[in-house]
Write a protein that binds this ligand. Structure first.
Ligand code: GUN
Length: 282
């Protein structure tokens, strides 16, 4: 039976550590705010944005909310980002994705000053992470590394199979595991023999975006299984990419959905904001 990796508890520990750090920085006169921009009113995005604002309040940093209408022009959004780039007190800028179809996401991400790119999505942040230089690291993969480390799961020398190659999770995840000296295989929708490859994994990280796709046949006895997916099943209950009940008896450790990877993303976003406040204007 697998140990359940409690992302809620670990993220709470991190937020409590950050809360102390924010208080200490405040005492040195170092403060700053996170600007959160949402375009349109996608209900899932609204929940994420609210959680991010609540996390800021918890650790003691200001959040500035920009709720823009769906029909906002790309030009207007780029203008707002430019203004926020120039504001000294704004230490982080987050544009909630996805954006409406008429706005070019890449252009928006690249408009954010890399020194305020707390999502770690800017090509400069991605490049820095790739070559192991300092910079903001994408929050979900960074959170997964923390989950593994704080659960005393060794990474070095292990075979890690990542399912998914998105810019937000799969690709940075593979690079971070490589940085931790894992042997890494990246798989995706065109991969042949997916069950066979996954079955070789000591650590299986599933970010494919398909509800309850991964079952027992993908998992080696004793493997660690990290589930990045979040969906609603036919009963409107939250579920991941992994069939939890089926994999649980085989794995040595597993993240639940909800309460696994999800809360870690926000904790690492807060970590990036605190890092930005600490480092000051760049
Ligand atoms: N949409 C889904 N995940 C994320 C995230 O981590 N950051 C932003 N900005 N938007 C998202």
């Amino acid at each position: 039976m697998a140990v359940i990796i409690d992302g809620k508890k670990i993220s709470q520990q991190i937020k409590d550590e950050l809360k102390e750090k924010v208080a200490a920085l405040k005492a040195e006169g170092k403060t700053g705010a996170l600007a959160v921009i949402q375009v349109g009113a996608d209900p899932a995005s609204s929940v994420y944005v609210r959680n991010k604002k609540n996390a800021c309040a918890y650790i003691g940093i200001d959040s500035l909310a920009y709720e823009l209408p769906e029909e906002t022009k790309e030009e207007e959004l780029l203008q707002l980002i430019q203004e926020l780039n120039e504001k000294e007190e704004v230490r982080g800028i987050l544009v909630q994705l996805p954006l409406p179809g008429h706005i070019n996401e890449d252009k928006v991400i690249q408009a954010i000053s890399p020194g305020k790119d707390v999502d770690g999505f800017h090509p400069q942040s991605v490049g820095a992470m790739t070559i192991g230089e300092a910079g903001f690291v994408s929050c979900t993969p960074a959170g997964i590394i923390q989950l593994l480390k704080r659960s005393d799961i060794e990474i070095a020398g292990k075979h890690c199979v990542v399912i998914g190659r998105s810019n937000i999770v799969g690709k940075p995840m593979a690079l971070l595991m490589l940085r931790e000296n894992a042997t890494v295989t990246i798989t995706h929708s065109k991969t042949r023999n997916l069950p066979e490859i996954c079955h070789q994994a000591d650590i299986l990280i599933v970010a494919m975006g398909k509800p309850q796709f991964i079952g027992a046949e993908y998992v080696k006895e004793g493997a660690v299984v990290i589930d990045v997916g979040i969906h609603r099943d036919e009963n409107n209950k939250l579920c991941g990419d992994v069939r939890f009940d089926e994999v649980m008896p085989i794995a040595s450790a597993i993240t639940p959905v909800p309460g696994g990877v999800g809360p870690m993303t926000i904790a690492m976003l807060m970590n990036n904001c605190v890092q930005s406040i600490e480092e000051g204007q760049k």
